[in-house]
Design a protein around this ligand. Structure first.
Ligand SMILES: Nc1ncnc2c1ncn2[C@@H]1O[C@H](COP(=O)(O)OP(=O)(O)OP(=O)(O)O)[C@@H](O)[C@H]1O
Length: 583
């Protein structure tokens, strides 16, 4: 198999495995080439190479092992080679394609430029298109890094890093741990925050959780929104902090990483090290409320100031910018307004959607924006929606918003929510039991602000009762009114869909008569999970599973029960499905 045959298939495999954003950012821009008989993957710059090494090298290697086990190992370099699009869904030109196509869902392949939520130029630097054309000249790399083969579990330690090296994700985490904490020291009672593995404890705690969910509400208390916590404030802001308008509480140390924000955090850290790179300028972060946009952008500002103490950074909320603009307009002090905002190396404008429809402010902001881009100064924007959805924003602004990097923050997944709770409970100096954290995280899913609100309620109850530890009883008691509002019961249909998707079969297979192992086992699993997560009787379960007899259901439950004790991998699948079915 040649490299030109391998790479499109590898892209297709990675595309199916990764989120659209991950693929677009880290994989689609990669190019490939041959050097002295070796297969080389070219990343455009240091950041892309680091990201590749830290996050995706293993995936590329396992794709190689699947698609081209006899091929030479791949190498990573900074440079430009040949661009390939991902292979279509059912390639038929190589013997290995069977392996690739049988494990992949039938999703249409999307190239970086045809994804639905991305305008043609979004998420790609202006030079990205050039990388599609191979030329001998292009193949020359600026630096001369040694070739570094991709091996499973290896992070390419011997690639020389010409610029200030960016830490790998792992190094980022450990350096974050080393940084002096901004939060006040914890009382001795608080245990260290630990990373919970929700899957490990989910099955063990499930009965408790269900007991908590099903408890009837004691009082018709108001929903969680009333408990939106105030944004952290400095008690005694130092003058410099005041000038930047950044809250010292918003740091990368206090920001929990997960699937929903992982890429955004990596880019934000890159910006804090090297602001103004046209690839990420502007950095446009969007997503719904309470997902950490303000926290992330301010953490970037704080990290920049720590890294470059003489840098000038400023955070401003769009409403404040508007108010400021109007005050200067009234007083006819335009020049002062302009000068004020032209001076920064990093300008963060939060909730840019509020500028919509304000013609003069948008005009003024356009000039400011051009100034920042032209002078290599960094601008970070946040918004509640993708730039293309800003229907009342000036068109020329909308198109410019997409010149740098546009990234969406996703709601936190279960494990991230549990870790956020653990981190925040630790900051509050209160011990939080694992099952209590899991209980809260399973029931408050939408955003981090609501999660904080829920934890604040539980903390208040904990203090009121003068307890030192939050256990699941306390948590479920304090939150029962919220949960009774937000909890949606799991249905047999939802469970069937989850199990069918997980095993890559159809729901109709679960309902049908086929008895082959690959259908019968998922069917039994689905029945057992339905028994576990719903209040349905055995005959009712039999009925929804294609009109089966209750004895068939009983047999399925017994079989799964036995297998859960004997078969570790089935136990893991079961635990995973329990989580998935409840989301
Ligand atoms: N990943 C995270 N780790 C820790 N805390 C987080 C995280 N994400 C958000 N938070 C916290 O959740 C709260 C809400 O976050 P933030 O204000 O940054 O959200 P937002 O997306 O800017 O919301 P809005 O659009 O409503 O302004 C803050 O207290 C913030 O510290």
């Amino acid at each position: 198999m040649t490299l030109a045959e391998f790479w499109p298939q590898c892209l297709r495999l990675l595309h199916a495995e990764l989120s659209e954003q991950q693929f677009k950012l880290a994989i689609a821009p990669l190019t490939v080439g041959m050097e002295n008989g070796a297969w080389v993957v070219y990343a455009k710059n240091q950041f892309a190479a680091n990201l590749l090494r830290a996050q995706y090298a293993d995936k590329i290697e396992s794709a190689r092992q699947k698609i081209a086990p006899d091929a030479p190992p791949l190498h990573i370099k900074i440079g430009t080679g040949e661009h390939h699009a991902a292979a279509p869904a059912a390639p038929n030109h190589t013997p290995q394609h069977t392996v690739a196509t049988t494990v992949l869902p039938e999703t249409p392949v999307q190239t970086p430029n045809n994804t639905p939520d991305t305008p043609p130029s979004a998420d790609a630097p202006p030079h990205a298109a050039n990388s599609a054309n191979t030329s001998a000249k292009n193949k020359k790399t600026p630096a001369k890094p040694r070739l570094c083969p991709i091996r499973s579990g290896q992070l390419f330690p011997d690639i020389p890093l010409p610029d200030a090296p960016l830490p790998t994700a792992r190094a980022m985490r450990s350096s974050a741990a080393e940084k002096p904490a901004k939060t006040p020291p914890l009382p001795a009672a608080a245990p260290p925050a630990r990373e919970y593995n929700a899957r490990e404890i989910i099955a063990r705690r499930l009965n408790n959780l269900r007991g908590g969910n099903s408890a009837p509400p004691k009082s018709p208390a108001p929903p969680a929104k009333d408990h939106k916590p105030a944004k952290p404030k400095h008690e005694q802001p130092d003058p410099r902090q005041k000038a930047t308008n950044l809250s010292g509480e918003y740091t990368f140390d206090s920001l929990v990483e997960g699937k929903g924000n992982h890429l955004a955090v990596a880019i934000a850290k890159n910006i804090a090290e090297k602001p103004g790179d046209s690839m990420y300028n502007p950095f446009f972060i969007y997503g719904s409320t309470g997902l950490g946009k303000t926290h992330l952008t301010q953490a970037t500002g704080n990290a920049l100031l720590r890294h470059l103490p003489t840098a000038r950074a400023r955070y401003v909320h769009a409403n404040e910018y508007l108010k400021n603009f109007m005050a200067h307009a009234r007083n006819k002090t335009w020049d002062n307004f302009k000068q004020q905002y032209l001076q920064y190396d990093l300008l963060i404008l939060d909730d840019i959607q509020f500028l919509q429809g304000k013609e003069r402010t948008m005009e003024e902001f356009f000039i400011l924006f051009e100034h920042y881009r032209d002078n290599g100064r960094q601008i970070i924007l946040t918004c509640d929606q993708h730039p293309n959805s800003l229907t009342h924003m000036a068109k020329r602004l909308v198109s410019r918003f997409s010149w740098g990097m546009t990234l969406k923050l996703e709601p936190p997944e279960l494990e991230m929510r549990v870790n956020i709770l653990a981190r925040k409970a630790q900051s509050a100096g209160v011990a939080l039991a694992e099952d209590a954290a899991l209980f809260i995280a399973q029931n408050i899913k939408q955003n981090v602000r609501e999660l904080e609100g829920a934890l604040n309620r539980v903390l208040a109850r904990c203090r009121f009762e003068q307890r030192k530890r939050i256990d699941i009883d306390l948590a479920s008691d304090a939150l029962q009114d919220i949960i009774s509002v937000t909890h949606t019961p799991v249905t047999a249909e939802k469970i069937m869909k989850t199990v069918a998707d997980f095993h890559q079969i159809r729901v109709s297979d679960l309902l049908g008569k086929k008895r082959s192992r690959n259908i019968a086992r998922p069917r039994q699993l689905a029945m057992a999970i339905t028994k576990e997560l719903t209040n349905m009787s055995l005959p009712a379960i039999g009925e929804v599973f294609g009109g089966r007899d209750h004895t068939t259901v009983m047999h399925a439950l017994k079989t799964i029960d036995k297998l859960l004790d004997e078969d570790q991998s089935l136990r893991q699948d079961y635990d995973k499905l329990l989580i998935l079915a409840q989301h």
